[in-house]
Design a protein around this ligand. Sequence first.
Ligand SMILES: Nc1ncnc2c1ncn2[C@@H]1O[C@H](COP(=O)(O)OP(=O)(O)OP(=O)(O)O)[C@@H](O)[C@H]1O
Ligand SMILES: [Mg+2]
Length: 244
Amino acid sequence: MAEIVSILSGKGGVGKSTIVSALGYSLAAEGKRTLIAELDLGLRGLDLMLSLSDRIVFDLGDLLCGRCTLSDALVCSPYTSRLFLIPAPSSPLSELDAGQLSALLFELSPHFDFILLDMPAGLYLSPALTAALSDTALIVATPDAVSVRSAGKVRAMLEERDFFSHRLLINRFSRSPFKKSGFAHMDQVIDMVGSQLMGIFPKDEKGILFLQNGSEPMEGSAFLTVARAVARRLMGIYIPLLIH
Ligand SMILES: Nc1ncnc2c1ncn2[C@@H]1O[C@H](COP(=O)(O)OP(=O)(O)OP(=O)(O)O)[C@@H](O)[C@H]1O
Ligand SMILES: [Mg+2]
């Protein structure tokens, strides 16, 4: 059965979809059959990042309503045969029902090693869905006060639902702005969120260009190097934490 990993945040725009895409490529490169399910209603974007937009016919909404079969809705990456996407419904008015999603994941689970759920930002839907559906939650925050506080709120909402299997990913880290961020040390960020740190993604505009252009993964970029390490940690392999 697949390990189901949700990627969520309080504040929007912190890099969840970017990280999900890089983790998807990284798990696939490690030989793991990986499915990314995009749950951001009406805000589809992963098809562009993963270079799949011209292959999309059906989406998660069609699948949940029974308008298509599982194999109709799964789209395979042009760059690796081990990475698949189910795109988000294009309508913001679609509804995501935890019971329906759980039944769908149960059906998909035997066919994959990992299923990554790209959650919408905010507190309205994601903490409840994450607690109901996933084995592990990765809370993404950028090193600024608003994002860190909202990540702490997400962590608290998960724990209110008796979900404790959460980890923290810091994104867009760079040493000099970090000093100006008001945090004296990374430990302060970790303490405020209250979740164990699993990776620090550098601010790396060049290293994520391949996702913005929907081109082939750019091996060796600092961003992808961290994604590879996080993917291996998800597989249970010990990889020391490094700051790039
Ligand atoms: N490590 C990084 N370095 C530089 N730019 C980054 C990094 N991570 C993400 N970005 C940029 O930040 C922007 C937001 O990223 P992304 O769409 O992945 O965030 P998100 O959390 O999924 O947003 P939303 O909450 O709207 O779903 C994008 O323009 C992306 O290219
Ligand atoms: Mg997103």
